[in-house]
Design a protein around this ligand. Structure first.
Ligand SMILES: [Zn+2]
Length: 175
């Protein structure tokens, strides 16, 4: 038993040394929110979709440490969601096509996983720096999302349409 415990400790130390900074470690973490707002296939109402946990780390036999998995967080997402409007049940969605919060602008599609990300998106696009800083404080997941907002979303010519649409989503979701 003591030997096993010692080995485990070694693995952990070696694993964490592979990252030079905690920021780098966070940036590569393969992660989705625990709750996603999707659009119902049948009635277009919003659905709270709970994605299955995805494996974030894998044991690396060669180094004896754990490696964080990097990956595309979009694509097919398994999980479970039920529409409160029509009763439709879904176990698989395709992201970002299934995003309830989505706006197409010249140059791309802008989307958000959920309501708190929607608020951050609005603050970022609207240039509300004070509000944004308050939201991002101690929330690395939100910061990561905001840092990856597509360029098309930040173009001045797209701003008015985006802000208008995002506000509409916020209103519908808070009903
Ligand atoms: Zn529905």
């Amino acid at each position: 038993m003591p030997i096993n415990n010692m080995n485990l400790t070694n693995f952990r130390v070696r694993g964490s040394r592979r990252f030079h900074s905690p920021v780098e470690r966070l940036y590569h973490a393969y992660k989705r929110p625990h709750m996603i707002i999707a659009r119902c296939n049948r009635c277009e109402h919003h659905i709270s979709f709970r994605p299955n946990e995805i494996l974030g780390m894998v044991f690396d036999e060669q180094s004896g440490g754990y490696t964080l998995l990097k990956g595309d967080i979009c694509g097919a997402i398994k999980g479970r969601g039920a529409c409160t409007n029509c009763g439709y049940i879904t176990n698989l969605i395709h992201w970002p096509q299934a995003a309830y919060i989505q706006v197409t602008v010249p140059g791309g599609m802008v989307w958000a996983w959920s309501q708190d990300l929607l608020s951050a998106l609005r603050a970022r696009i609207g240039g509300d720096k004070v509000q944004l800083r308050r939201m991002l404080l101690g929330n690395p997941d939100l910061a990561r999302f905001v840092n990856r907002i597509p360029k098309a979303a930040l173009l001045t010519k797209n701003r008015a349409r985006l802000l208008y649409k995002l506000k509409e989503f916020e209103r519908e979701l808070s009903k």
